[in-house]
Design a protein around this ligand. Structure first.
Ligand code: UDP
Length: 475
């Protein structure tokens, strides 16, 4: 019997910040756009939360791919990601060639752009879903056409990097791929990105009007009609909160007044030094605000210290943690809640008692904050987070940013108050702005909205491609 729905395969690299939006994308393709979806998840084999999430996704066929690879424990997270992904092509090729019904398209992330060639070779469409901002996507998209001298001036002489049609990237905000001076891999991914049949971006018109314009208009001017890649802004695409009556943190939030709590978390990977954790604890205490803090043991040498182990919640370590200032837990027990390692973030941010989010500005966390109308104190750590923090505070206007280096307790106290306090004028403007964006994000993602329609176009392309393939095979 002929299939009546297109089947789309998705390939996602390790890490909760990739898995969560890919799972959500797969669900929307199934539930809103009437497609079949299979999500191939490249597993690093270490994350308990990954497996928890996967169990819950019944409408999407989830297939783990476990490449055999030994990782250099001292490598940074980007090098580890690359090592895992580069061990996956044969597994993917086998899985795609035997998948039933035959997939019409493969959707990959930035670390899976090599797989576009496999999709094309197997007669499928190949899309990339970028789980970052349109600003970062513009950097990736235009990177191969940029003047080498300008790139080197940025990397080595710390000059701003000019992205066509977008704000320049000041070196202090640069991404980790350029910071280290080794950008050959990034350049290769960026070139492969240009071979996609379309690029999906987790953003929407009102959030990033200038960057989306650059991507859609300058894209065609730069690459010409034939080489330009269609850009599909499909965001905000974030995980929906699920009712969880058992969760201690949600029960605690239920007991707090409306908009009185600041939520503190550094994403799946973020870790701080012991000295910084102590300052943060003091800053929160001095701010006299209620808080929920997802707390992890210090890592002095790597700010992405739990990227591959996120969700391995271990309560074995000493509680209360000895790295906190003496007496902190006792003094703040009426106003603060510490959550070890991992918390139900979507549920926390959507709780009526949460007003602010002290965040590492991973793009998913940033969007989750905006869709819940929660203002931010931005504290970027690694990857492209400094670009995100700059954009959120300087262009979008939904947060304030902490300074670089060791952030003092006094600064933490005042920035937290700015976002939380009723009487702070700047804080009030920021809170109004984030609430307006929340509404515009809802309109974009709702049926008939710009992002909904954009994803509908991708789904339609897949369906047309399926029909054409069927006709060709029947002929
Ligand atoms: N997350 C969570 N609980 C935590 C930490 C993170 O549910 O304690 C989720 C968060 O909601 C987000 C994702 O993990 O969806 C992290 O993605 P993001 O892009 O913010 O940052 P990354 O972890 O990739 O740096």
């Amino acid at each position: 019997a002929q299939e009546t729905k297109a089947h789309v395969a998705l390939l996602v690299s390790p890490g909760m910040g990739h898995l969560i939006p890919f799972l959500e994308l797969a669900h929307r393709l199934v539930h809103h756009h009437n497609l079949h979806a299979t999500l191939f998840v490249v597993c690093s084999g270490t994350s308990a939360a990954e497996s928890l999430l996967l169990q819950k996704s019944s409408a999407v066929n989830v297939v783990p791919l476990r490449p055999s690879v030994s990782l250099d424990p001292n490598a940074n997270f980007i090098d580890k990601l690359k090592a895992i992904m580069s061990a996956s092509p044969s597994l993917l090729r086998r899985s795609l060639s035997t998948a039933k019904p035959r997939p019409a398209a493969l959707i990959v992330d930035l670390f899976g752009t090599w797989a576009l060639a496999i999709a094309h070779e197997l007669g499928m469409l190949g899309f990339v879903f970028m789980t970052t901002s349109a600003w970062f996507l513009s950097l990736a998209r235009f990177f191969p056409t940029m003047d080498k001298q300008m790139i080197n001036d940025h990397v080595y002489n710390h000059e701003p990097l000019r992205i066509p049609g977008c704000s320049p990237v000041r070196f202090e905000n640069t991404t980790q791929v350029l910071e280290n001076g080794v950008y050959d891999d990034f350049e290769l991914m960026a070139r492969e990105l240009g071979t996609a049949d379309g690029i999906l971006s987790n953003t929407w018109q009102d959030l990033e009007p200038t960057n989306i314009k650059a991507l859609t208009e300058i894209e065609t001017l730069t690459f010409g009609k034939a080489e330009g890649v269609p850009i599909y802004p499909i965001g905000p695409l974030t995980r929906h909160a699920e009712p969880n009556l058992e969760s201690e943190v949600l029960k605690w939030l239920d007991r707090q007044p409306d908009e009185s709590v600041i939520y503190v978390s550094f994403g799946s990977g973020g870790t701080l030094s012991e000295e910084q954790i102590k300052e943060l604890a003091w800053g929160l205490e001095l701010s006299q605000q209620r808080f929920v803090w997802v707390i992890r043991p210090p890592v002095d040498t790597d700010s992405s210290g739990t990227f591959f182990t996120a969700g391995n919640e271990s309560r074995d370590h000493k509680w209360p943690p000895e790295y906190l200032p003496e007496g902190f837990v006792n003094r703040t027990k009426e106003v603060g809640l510490l959550v070890p390692m991992w918390g139900p973030q979507a549920e926390i941010l959507s709780h009526r008692s949460v007003r602010g989010f002290l965040t590492h500005t991973g793009w998913n966390s940033s969007l989750e904050s905006i869709v819940n109308g929660v203002a931010m104190v931005t504290w970027p750590l690694y990857a492209e987070q400094k670009m995100n923090a700059a954009e959120l505070t300087e262009e979008v206007g939904v947060g304030v940013r902490v300074s670089r280096g060791l952030v003092s307790r006094g600064e933490i106290e005042s920035k937290v108050r700015k976002i939380m306090a009723e009487e702070d004028e700047e804080g009030r403007r920021i809170r109004e702005r984030v609430k307006a964006l929340k509404r515009s994000g809802e309109r974009a993602a709702a049926k008939g909205g710009s992002s909904y329609n954009s994803l509908a176009k991708v789904a339609a392309e897949c369906d047309i491609f399926r029909r054409q393939t069927q006709l060709r095979m029947a002929a």
